[in-house]
Design a protein around this ligand. Sequence first.
Ligand code: ZN
Length: 267
Amino acid sequence: MLRRAVVLLLALVVGLGFDTLAALAAQPADPLVEQGEGRARVETKEPLSGRTIVIDPGHQLGNHNYPAQINRPVPAGGFTKPCNTTGTATNGGYPEATFAWQVSRLVAKRLRDLGATVRLTRHSNRQDRWGPCVDARGRAGNAIDADLKLSIHADGSYAAGARGFHVIVPPDRAPWTDDIAAPSMRLARAVRSGLQGADFVVANYIAGGDGLDVRSDLGTLNLSDVPTAMVELGNMRSAAEARVMTSPKGRARYARGLVAGVRDFLG
Ligand code: ZN
């Protein structure tokens, strides 16, 4: 009799499956309410929950104060390059490092509000700080297997009438970026759409004229093992674009466009 009961019990366990039993055991007191709230939270408030995004604010405000550190050669993807550069500025003296920092902070905040885990490659914008170097920026998403890494810059072209944004992507180049070229291009196109949706125009001074530029000379892109793009948000030497970049409203619009692009890429 006892043996038969054990066999029956075993049959019940096998029939239900251990997963089902475990789920039953783990169920909260009021599963319907819990489940309902959980679903609402995931779908309406935190669409980027579980995503990891690296934002790389270009340069650092104090780079020009540390020429020895900044000029030290570092690996950049089959060759070496200086650790970092000082970046450009508007004619009025608003530095690229500060613009990149301010926009990056807005982007990071919005992405975190959407549920994403966001890592920044630098944590300050100060005259008494330098770096990080391009090799560290390049690898910033690798160990954490980030969903993407977006590097934020602005350009400084003195060409007459030069304006607009462009997005730089790595080429299909083994053994460095052949593995990320295709998804990086998808990211770049999504970012371009996002910025266009926020009423920004593609650069009129970059070959191709489509707002996309493929470059193999950037350590920040070459050393990445995760999809990556570098965006030059505009030309800081253009008086019209400088006005947008130096205004909080303008920076918020840049951030909106970038976040829309990231969300589009992540689906
Ligand atoms: Zn830059």
